[in-house]
Structure formats: C-alpha cells, structure tokens
Design a binder for this molecule. Structure first.
Ligand SMILES: Cc1cc2nc3c(=O)[nH]c(=O)nc-3n(C[C@H](O)[C@H](O)[C@H](O)COP(=O)(O)OP(=O)(O)OC[C@H]3O[C@@H](n4cnc5c(N)ncnc54)[C@H](O)[C@@H]3O)c2cc1C
Length: 811
C-alpha cells in the first residue's frame, strides 16, 4: 500500500469507482481508492441499476447523458465487455394534464442538452409497452435511451480502467480515522496503515456519517429501506420479440423493468421506513434488510392494475436494501462545507444511473476547481445550518413517498417546515402571508386574500397573478414593506480588508465609508462565482470600521468558503457571518423616504443620503443599518436589523407607514420587479458556465485595475469572444411565464436556454432572460421559446424595460 498519494477516495461503490476513474481521465494518476470490504459491497451490488436520461435541470440531464455514453463505451469494450441493456426505452407515466405539461417542459429543457424525449398519449404508451393497460392513463414521457446495467461489472470495469491509468485500489481496508494537518493535507488511517494525501473524498454510501464523523462533519444524508422483487418468467415477455421498456409510475409509485424473461418491480410505498438512524451494524456487508412486502400492498395494487400479467406470476426473489437521500432529493457532490481539500459524493438515490456523471463532475471540480456545468444543484454547500440528519429524515420520507412526482413551480412540500424563521414569521403569518422557502428560511411570497386561498399548481400563471400585480402597483405608486430573511451577510474587518476585496472582486470595490457598491467574484476560469454588495461602515459604538459583504440567502456557506480559502496568512482580515443574526426589512416605493423619516432620526433627503449610501441609525428604538439600495427599481431602503430588535423595528415602520396606508409585499412581487429592471439572480442567471461579459456585466469588470482572481482567464476569454450572451426577451403570451431551462429556438434549432421568466406588472410585458448564441443576440431578433410543448414567439428587447435610466431608484 502506498504511504503517500494525491487523492484518497474512500468507498468502492459506484460513487467511489466513478470518481477514481474520472480523476485519471482528468490527468491525475497518483490516486487511490480504499474500500472496507470488496468493491460494491454497500448498496451498489443489489441495485435495480436502471439508467435513465431524465432529469429536472440541464446539469442533471448532462451528467446522466455522460453516464449513458460512458456505460455504452464500457459495454462495447472488446477486452472487458459488461452487460448493459442500452436503449430499451422507458416511459414515465401520467394520469393528469398537469403532469403531461411538466413532461413537455422537461422535454424542452433536455433538448438544449441534445437529449430527445417524446411526450406520448396513453395508446402509444400501451403500443410501446404491450403489458400495460390504459385505464386512468393520460400518457407519458418516452426516454429512448433508458436501460439497465450490471452494477458489479460496471464498477469493476471502472476500477480496471482506473488501475490501467495508474490508480490503485485497496480492498478489505477499512478507513478508521482522518487527521488534517496545518497545511490542509490529510492522513487517512486504515486497518492496514496510514496514507498521507492532499485530498480526501467521502464516497461511503449509507456509512457516510461514520466517515464524516472522522472529520467532525455530520452530512445531511439519511437512508431509507427500499424494496423490489423479481418475478418468474412471463410468457408474453419471452415471446415479445423485443425487450420491454422500463416503466416509472407517479400514479402508484413503482418502477418496473425486464429482468431475464420476467419483471423487476420496485416500490416507493407511503408506509416507508428510515434505516440506520441510530448506527449501522459493522457486519452489515453485502447484506439486505428483512423482506417486508406487507408494507407495499397499496403500491402493489396499482402495479397489478396497470400490468395484469403480474397477478399471474410468481415472485422468486425480494430485495430490500438501504438507499440514501438528502434534503432535496439530489446528491451532495462537491466540496465539504467548512473543510479544505475534502470532497464528497454522497446521498445518491439513483447512483447507478447518475454515478458515471457525478464522478465525472466531481473529478473536474477536484482537478480544475470547477466542472463544465454549473454544479450548484449538487453542491454540498447549498444546505446550511438547518440541514441536520433529523430534518433530512423528514424530507427523505416525503421525497421517497413522492419519488416520481416532480415539484411544480412554486411548490414547497410541508415536511420539515418551518426550519428557519425570524421573530416576524408568526406576525406575518397572522397578516395572511403565504411563504416560500429559501435555503430553509420561510420567506413571504405574497399576502393571501383569505386563509383558504390556494392557487393551482402548474406551469401557467396561477390565481396569485392579480394579488402580485396589486402588491407591485402599491410599491410603484405608494410604499410597501417586505421582510427579506436569511440574506447572507459577512462582516469583514481588519486593515487589509480592501486589498483582500480588490483581489477577489473583478471590478472596482468602493472603499469610501458610508458607501455601498455591487460587484462580482470570478473563479480561476474567469467565470461568475458570486455576486455581492459591499457596504463600508465607519467605526462606531457598534464596532470598528468594517465592510458588510451581502449576497444571496443560499450562498451562506458557498461564499464564506470561497472568501476564507482566498485569505492570505499574512493578511489582517477577519470574516464573521452575521447571516443568522440580522434580517432585512425592505421599504420600497415613492413614499419610502417619508416613512423612514417618520420613524428614524436624521436627514434622509436624496442629498444627505443618496442612492448607494449606508448609515447606522435607530428605527424607532431598534438599532438598524440602512442602505439606499433597490432591487425593485423604485426608491428603496434595505433596513438591516438584529433579530432581537426586528419586531420593534417592524412595529415602528408599520406605525410610520399608517399615514400612507403602507402594505406588505412578498418575493413574487420582487421577482416581477427585478426582471423589469434587468437585475439578475445568483444561480439562475449568474452561473459558472458564463463569464461577466457573456452575462452582460462588462461595466462591473475592470481588467486594468491590476490582478484579481480569474483575470488572466477572463482576458483570454474576452479575446475569443462570447459562447452565449444573456438577453432579455418579451414573450408573446399572457398564459404562462417562460420557465428556467426552456429551449429558445431559431428555425427549429435550439440556440439558447431560458434562465428566468416572470410577468412584468409595471410594463405589461411577459419577460424572460436567456443565454443565446451570439449571432442571434441582437435587440429586435425574433425567437421562439418551447413553452411546455408550444412554440411561443419572443423578441429580444433592451434590458431593464422599466425606467431604463434608473431615475426612480435614485430619486
Ligand atoms: C433496492 C434498490 C434499488 C435501486 N435501484 C436503482 C436503480 O434502478 N437505478 C439507480 O440509479 N439507482 C438505484 N438504486 C440506488 C443505487 O444503488 C445507489 O445510489 C448506489 O448504489 C450508491 O452507491 P454508492 O457508491 O454511493 O454507495 P455504496 O454502494 O453503498 O458504496 C459505498 C462503499 O463505501 C464503503 N465504505 C463505507 N465505509 C467505509 C470505510 N470506513 N472505509 C472504506 N470503505 C468504506 C462501503 O463498504 C461501500 O462499498 C437502488 C438502491 C436500492 C437499495
């Protein structure tokens, strides 16, 4: 066994084997995999191992396509062929029009990744799968490349190729401890000796938290028991002359694929069970949980009704094994929050289908610092303080029960709520607030007209349209108040704080006390990493001179990790998170100044406190830090208040607002207004796949200011010209917004992808942002957007169609 290597991957299931193989493909051969037993002795060996292309966003579709391409290549390898039923085809069933509409959206989205699904009616489903009845069936989504693979052969093939490229695999070598040194390198302790390395990767499946604990980390991953059975031979399958397509059923929660001449049927029962919550028997190796088919009776009935042939055939094997889940159903693939040189590839609930792609994206992140796709939907830092194992278990149960039922736009399921609240949450609930969830925070979406108000879930504009319109109108003509909780706030102190910020931002960072600026942070490839406001606060009785770095709520761990990693040892800079201590009250509209002046001493005139100013004060009796900043495009103030004083500040503002009949507004109104102003959302419009020039942010880049992170790569990219450009589109329908992922088409060809879409209530425009090819990015160019299967005309317009001179917010 080596005593030193570059990377140690812990765990020899599909996650570990794929990571090891892809590290060698990215050029690192001095890498090892350590497995406590034999390869695939965790969950992988007994997987149903279906391999589909279907995903909810382009990153998921892209990584699954990679799996399929790779598995096909492995299956076709004459030296070591593996069993892969490639392209049997698969149907995802639907019994409602709303599900069909969703499938049409996912088809539009996948086309942008050159993946081609088909939405078919019930008769066509039955024609392609002769065993199914069309009762209670509207249709389905057809994935032509669906199939299944031999999981053990797959892992052996990946390990074999990795070994040939120089990697080493140590079987029967349990990892017993992890020690990190002051230079951020690691020692991996095993039963057979220590291995020193630069980087560790946790790929330990359901034992993720045993190894997590060795580095002091509790990963938000929980296991569920999951069962399938295998039937005896079915004559209709034997005689069909072709393999049966796979089935996935959101109506009755089962899946089904051909196994030899019988079927493999797996269940997602409502009466489901977590597993291993209080520890896992160390001898649970190549093992299964006891069969429990009674638990799945309800689901079985649905499967029988759909496939009557099942009722006449015997069951010869039942498999019940642990399967891992996270809080949102997607795995955790990337850097471990708060740690250096530590990565994970865990929480895989469809690891055979996805594992090839996850290992590929993780290896790219380890070797190059970033992957070819934006990996935020997989990033372990997308969950923050609320993400404990208890919450994960609640969400895992909910997710398991809804395995094949995708989330509709604006849908937030109830398990594990509320996770993060402020003292105002119950107050706003009593005012009729409907809440959305942002990184666990309960944030006001809009104010309901009555407690029973519940809009229809779907892809069209829903019954909240007029409510949002009226909240926007109030902000435009009068004054509104909104709570923005969970906003990421990092306090930066120390004499080198501005030099540090100059290095991490690609533009000019304002250093003037009392002033606020907006800027962008790039990765080493010159792509957009983060967006933040920088507010310079003078020394006061609340602290020394300091910068408040503010960014999106979900970025709390992500941005802190990035800033922390780029601190130099000799720099006088201190970072402190205030995210959970402070909440913002946004006061917006032409009467905002008068309301603020009514409850906070001082001169708030445009001369004394102009746009992009910051000042400490008291709102009523509550200490507050006020910034003249606007996301709505109207005159607006962000009022930052410690949570202990939040209710007091709220009461003071409400009282001062009485004179103007001030009303509350929520996140949906903000979304509408920010699109009218051309403002962008982190991880919707601002992603690591594009640089600031492509994103239309040239005015925030100052290459001439000297060195900054990503400068060299950015200058090179600038010379090559853009791959895509972000544009604003006016969409010619009042039926529905364009949803993120939808394909933008020119003469039947995909030329771009929508990133955001919302109705602009002040402009009367249905607005969308999209990245499109540069030669069709000019203002006035007409495109079509594939909106849930309907081609809708959309024309490129100038950004910021509302108050394009930005006069109102500076008034
Ligand atoms: C019944 C069932 C059906 C499924 N069907 C499908 C399907 O159809 N399609 C699909 O894509 N997915 C399916 N899955 C899910 C899929 O099987 C898993 O997502 C995948 O196998 C997880 O792989 P892994 O490598 O993350 O974990 P594992 O396979 O569990 O591998 C983790 C490895 O880490 C090792 N390890 C743990 N601790 C240590 C230590 N201290 N030191 C060294 N090594 C250690 C373990 O021994 C193990 O080999 C199914 C799962 C189940 C249970």
């Amino acid at each position: 066994m080596k005593s030193r290597t570059k990377v140690v991957v812990i765990g020899g299931g599909i996650a570990g084997c794929s990571t090891l193989y892809h590290l060698t493909q990215e050029g690192w051969s001095d890498v090892v995999l350590v497995e406590r037993n034999e390869l695939t002795s965790g969950t992988t060996w007994h997987s149903a191992a279906q391999v589909t292309n279907f995903g909810m966003n382009q990153t998921m579709v892209g990584l699954k396509s990679h799996s399929i391409r790779l598995y096909k290549e492995l299956a076709d390898d004459p030296d070591y062929p593996i069993n892969y039923h490639h392209a049997d085809g698969g149907i995802r069933l639907a019994n409602t029009e709303a599900q069909m509409q969703g499938y049409r959206h996912f088809t539009s989205m996948a086309r942008g990744m050159d993946v081609h699904f088909e939405v078919i009616d019930a008769e066509e489903c039955a024609r392609r799968h002769p065993l199914i009845s069309t009762d209670n069936l509207v249709g389905g989504l057809w994935d032509p490349l669906d199939g299944d693979i031999d999981p053990a052969q797959l892992c052996q093939a990946l390990a074999r190729r990795a070994r040939k490229a120089g990697a080493e695999v140590y079987r029967n070598t349990p990892v017993t401890g992890l020690v990190q040194h002051s230079d951020d390198t690691w020692t991996v302790q095993t039963e057979h000796g220590d291995i020193d390395c630069d980087i560790v990767v946790n790929a330990c499946g359901y034992r993720v938290n045993e190894v997590g604990a060795m580095m002091g980390v509790q990963h938000p991953v929980a296991s569920m028991e999951h069962q399938y059975f295998l039937t005896e031979e079915i004559a209709a399958i034997r005689d069909a002359g072709h393999r049966m397509p796979l089935l996935r059923c959101p109506i009755s929660d089962y899946y089904c694929r051909q196994e030899k001449n019988g079927l493999l049927v797996g269940f997602y029962e409502q009466d489901c069970k977590t597993w291993g919550m209080d520890g896992i028997d160390p001898n649970f190796v190549n093992a299964l949980c006891p069969d429990d088919l009674d638990r799945v009776t309800d689901v079985l009935e649905g499967a029988f009704a759909r496939m009557p042939a099942l009722m006449e055939v015997g069951i010869h094997t039942v498999v019940n094994g642990p399967i891992t889940y996270t809080i949102d159903g997607a795995p955790l693939v990337g850097p471990i929050p708060g740690k250096r040189n530590a990565f994970c590839i865990i929480g895989l609930r469809a690891g055979l289908g996805e594992g090839g792609g996850h290992g590929w994206l993780l290896a790219q992140q380890i070797v190059h610092g970033e992957a070819c796709y934006d990996t935020w939907c997989l990033d372990p830092r997308r969950f923050t303080g609320h993400a404990n194992v208890e919450l994960t278990a609640l969400k895992a149960i909910e997710d398991y029960q809804n395995e094949f039922r995708f989330h509709f736009p604006h849908e937030h399921r109830p398990a594990g709520r509320p996770a993060k609240t402020t003292p105002l949450t119950p107050v706003l609930a009593a005012e009729g607030a409907e809440f959305t969830v942002v990184n666990g925070w309960e944030r006001v979406d809009y104010i309901k007209p009555h407690p029973e108000f519940e809009p229809t879930l779907g892809f069209d504009f829903d019954e909240s349209f007029d409510i949002v319109a009226s909240e926007v109108q109030n902000v435009q003509t009068n004054v509104g108040l909104a709570e923005v909780n969970g906003f990421n706030r990092i306090e930066i102190t120390g004499s080198d704080r501005h030099a540090f910020l100059d290095r991490v931002f690609c533009g000019t960072v304002t250093k003037r006390e009392g002033r606020v600026g907006l800027g962008y942070l790039l990765n080493h490839h010159g792509m957009i990493k983060a967006e933040a406001t920088v507010a310079n606060l003078p020394a006061s009785d609340r602290g020394p001179a300091r910068v408040w770095y503010g960014s999106a709520a979900a970025s709390e761990y992500h941005d802190m990790d990035w800033l922390d990693q780029h601190l130099r040892a000799d720099e006088d800079v201190c970072l402190r998170s205030l995210t959970n201590d402070q909440t913002i009250l946004v006061l917006a509209g032409p009467n905002a100044r008068a309301v603020l002046a009514g409850c906070a001493r001082g001169d708030w005139s445009a001369d004394a406190f102009p746009w992009l100013s910051v000042r400490e004060c008291f709102v009523g009796i509550a200490p507050a830090t006020v910034m003249n900043l606007s996301f709505s495009g109207e005159l607006a103030y962000e009022i930052h208040v410690p949570n202990s004083s939040l209710y007091a500040a709220y009461l003071a503002l409400r009282q001062a607002g009485c004179v103007f009949d001030m009303r509350l507004f929520g996140a949906r109104a903000v979304e509408s207004m920010r699109m009218e102003k051309g403002f962008l959302h982190w991880k919707a419009d601002l992603i690591t796949e594009f640089d600031p020039y492509e994103t239309g942010l040239a005015r925030f880049v100052k290459p001439q200011k000297g060195d900054f992170i990503g400068r060299e790569a950015l200058v090179e990219r600038r010379e090559k010209g853009p791959s895509k450009c972000l544009v604003t589109l006016s969409v010619q329908t009042d039926q529905a917004p364009a949803h993120g992922g939808a394909s933008v088409m020119q003469e039947g060809r995909v030329v771009g992808t929508v990133t955001s879409g919302e109705w602009g209530h002040r402009t009367g425009l249905n607005l969308a942002y999209a990245f499109v090819e540069p030669d069709c990015a000019d203002i006035g160019t007409k495109h079509e957007i594939d909106m849930c299967g309907t081609r809708v005309e959309a024309m490129i317009i100038a950004p910021s169609p509302y108050d394009s001179q930005f006069e109102r917010m500076q008034s």
